[in-house]
Ligand binder design. Structure first.
Ligand code: JHZ
Ligand code: SAH
Ligand code: ZN
Length: 408
C-alpha cells in the first residue's frame, strides 16, 4: 500500500508519488569535525487528492533549517539582484502610491529586494528568522524583525505599524508548512485594498523539466494556479493575477487580494486551463515524473563513473540546496566529484550535507580548470557560463542533468 499523509492546506488525503529516502538538510553545510552528527529526515512528495496541492509527506522543524547560520544569500546572483530590483521598482509605481505606504517582506534574507524600497524612503519591514542574513539586511539600511512570520507576528506588526499595502514573499511561502497561520496573518495585516504577492518554483515547470532537485527539505509546497486558487479561497482571499517567471528554473508570481476587491486577470483562468491540459494534479503524471527521476539519476552516476574511469577531472559548480537531493539520492561523493566551487562565504571551507564534497571558493575553479564541470546551479546557467567563458574556451565541458543528462 502506498504512503499517505494529511494535507497541510485542507486536511485531505495526500498520496505519495516520489520517494528520495533519507536526506540531510539541504543547507546544513558541515565542518569536517561534525561528520556523524548530521540530521537526516525522510524526503518524499505527494499530491492532495482533495485540493491538488503537491507537498512533502513530512516536515522538518523550522528551527533546524532557519537559524543564525543559515547560509543562503539572495545577492549571490546578479540576475536575481536585477530581478528583485525590477520587482521593487514595479511595486513602488503600482501598489505603493498612497500617502504613506507600508510593505512587509516575509523572508527578506539579506535585504536584496527591500533595500530598493528603503532607498526610495518607503516604510517597510522585513521578517526574517535567520539572524545572520537578517543582520546583512540591516547593514543595507533595511528594517528587519528577526522572527518567523505567522499569525501572532502579523497581529503584532499590525499593532505597531498598521496595515500593509503589500505583503511580499519570494521563495519563502513554499517553505512554510504551517500555511494556515501565514494566511491568517496575511488576512490580519493586509490593508483592505492591499495585495499579497508571492513567487515560488512552479510545479508545471518542475514536471516538464524533471527538475527533481527542487524537492528538498525547505521546499515543502509545489504550487500551481489551481492549488493556490483553492488555498486562497479557503482563507477568504482571491487569486487575482499570475505571472510566469524565468528565474530559479521556472516560477510563478501569484497575487492574492481580499475577496471581491479586485477582478482576476484573464491570466489566472488561462494558467488554470493550461494546468488541466498538462494534468499537473494527476497522480499518474506525477508517478511518471518519479520514474524519469530514477532514469536521470542512473544516467548521471554512469556518466560520472565513466569519466572517472577515463581519468577525467570533474568539479561541481554551485553548492546549491538543490544539489543535496542530487548528490544524496544518486549516491555521488567526493570520489566522483572531488570538490564544488561556490561564492557563498558561509559555505566555503565546509562539506556539502550528507555527500561531503568540500566547498571551495570560485577561484579554485581555474586553478587548474577541470575537464568537466557539473553545474548544480543550472538555474543560473547563463550567468555562470558567461562568467566562466574561459573554461569552455580552454576545452572544458559543462555537465547538466536538467531536463536530462547532457554534456555541452
Ligand atoms: P541557487 C536556495 O536554493 C535555497 P539553491 C532556497 N530554499 C531557495 O528556494 C532558493 O535558494 C531561492 C552559488 N553561485 O540560487 C551561490 C556561485 O558560486 O541556485 C549559491 O550557493 N557563482 C531558499 O541553493 C548557488 O551557487 C555564481 O555565479 O538551490 C546558487 O544557489 C552564482 C550565480 C551562484 O539556490
Ligand atoms: N526571498 C529571498 C530569500 C529566500 S530564502 C530570495 O528569494 O532570494 C528563504 C528565506 O525564508 C530564508 O532566509 C528563511 O530564513 C526565511 N523564512 C523561513 N521561514 C520563514 C517564516 N516563517 N517567516 C519569514 N521568513 C522565513
Ligand atoms: Zn489539500
Amino acid at each position: 500500500m502506498s504512503a499517505t499523509s494529511a494535507c497541510r492546506v485542507c486536511g485531505g488525503r495526500v498520496s505519495q508519488f516520489a520517494d528520495f529516502g533519507r536526506q540531510p538538510l539541504s543547507d546544513a553545510f558541515v565542518l569536517p569535525g561534525e561528520i556523524g552528527q548530521e540530521f537526516f529526515y525522510d524526503l518524499a512528495a505527494g499530491l492532495c487528492e482533495s485540493c491538488t496541492m503537491v507537498q512533502l509527506m513530512a516536515e522538518v522543524p523550522r528551527e533546524r533549517m532557519f537559524h543564525h547560520d543559515y547560509p543562503y544569500l539572495s545577492a549571490g546572483s546578479a540576475v536575481m539582484r536585477a530581478h528583485f530590483m525590477k520587482l521593487a521598482k514595479c511595486l513602488l509605481v503600482t501598489e505603493l502610491t498612497g500617502p504613506d505606504p507600508f510593505v512587509v517582506e516575509i523572508g527578506c534574507n539579506d535585504g536584496t529586494m527591500l533595500r530598493v524600497i528603503a532607498d526610495a524612503g518607503v516604510r517597510h519591514l522585513g521578517v526574517e528568522p535567520s539572524g545572520g542574513v537578517a543582520e546583512r539586511a540591516r547593514e543595507q539600511g533595511v528594517r528587519v524583525r528577526t522572527d518567523f512570520f505567522e499569525a501572532a507576528t502579523a497581529a503584532d506588526i499590525l499593532a505597531t505599524d498598521g496595515p500593509a499595502d503589500v505583503i511580499y514573499a519570494a521563495n519563502t511561502l513554499c517553505h512554510i508548512p504551517y500555511i494556515d497561520s501565514i494566511l491568517t496573518g496575511v488576512r490580519t495585516l493586509l490593508a483592505p485594498e492591499g495585495v499579497f504577492v508571492f513567487e515560488d518554483p512552479y510545479l508545471a515547470d518542475i514536471l516538464e523539466r524533471t527538475s527533481f532537485d527542487q524537492i528538498y527539505d525547505e521546499h515543502f509546497f509545489f504550487f500551481t494556479a489551481t492549488s493556490v486558487r483553492a488555498m486562497a479561497r479557503g482563507a477568504g482571499l482571491e487569486l487575482v493575477d499570475v505571472e510566469r517567471l524565468p528565474v530559479h528554473g521556472g516560477e510563478v508570481r501569484y497575487t492574492l487580494a481580499r475577496q471581491g476587491t479586485r477582478t482576476p486577470t484573464p491570466a489566472v483562468a488561462e494558467l488554470i486551463a493550461a494546468e488541466a491540459v498538462a494534468r499537473v494534479a494527476d497522480l499518474a503524471v506525477l508517478r511518471a515524473f518519479g520514474a524519469r527521476v530514477a532514469a536521470i539519476a542512473e544516467d548521471l552516476t554512469s556518466l560520472l563513473t565513466r569519466l572517472r574511469a577515463e581519468g577525467r577531472r570533474v568539479a561541481g559548480y554551485g553548492a546549491t540546496a538543490k544539489s543535496a537531493t542530487v548528490l544524496n539520492y544518486c549516491g555521488i561523493g567526493p570520489d566522483l566529484v572531488p570538490f564544488v566551487c561556490d561564492s557563498t562565504p558561509a559555505k566555503q571551507g565546509r562539506l556539502t550535507p550528507g555527500a561531503h564534497l568540500p566547498v571551495v571558493p570560485p577561484d579554485a575553479f581555474s586553478d587548474p580548470y577541470p575537464d568537466y564541470a557539473l553545474l548544480f546551479a543550472w538555474n543560473h546557467a547563463e550567468e555562470i557560463m558567461d562568467k566562466e567563458r574561459a573554461f569552455r574556451e580552454k576545452g572544458g565541458k559543462w555537465i547538466l542533468y536538467v531536463p536530462e543528462v547532457r554534456v555541452v
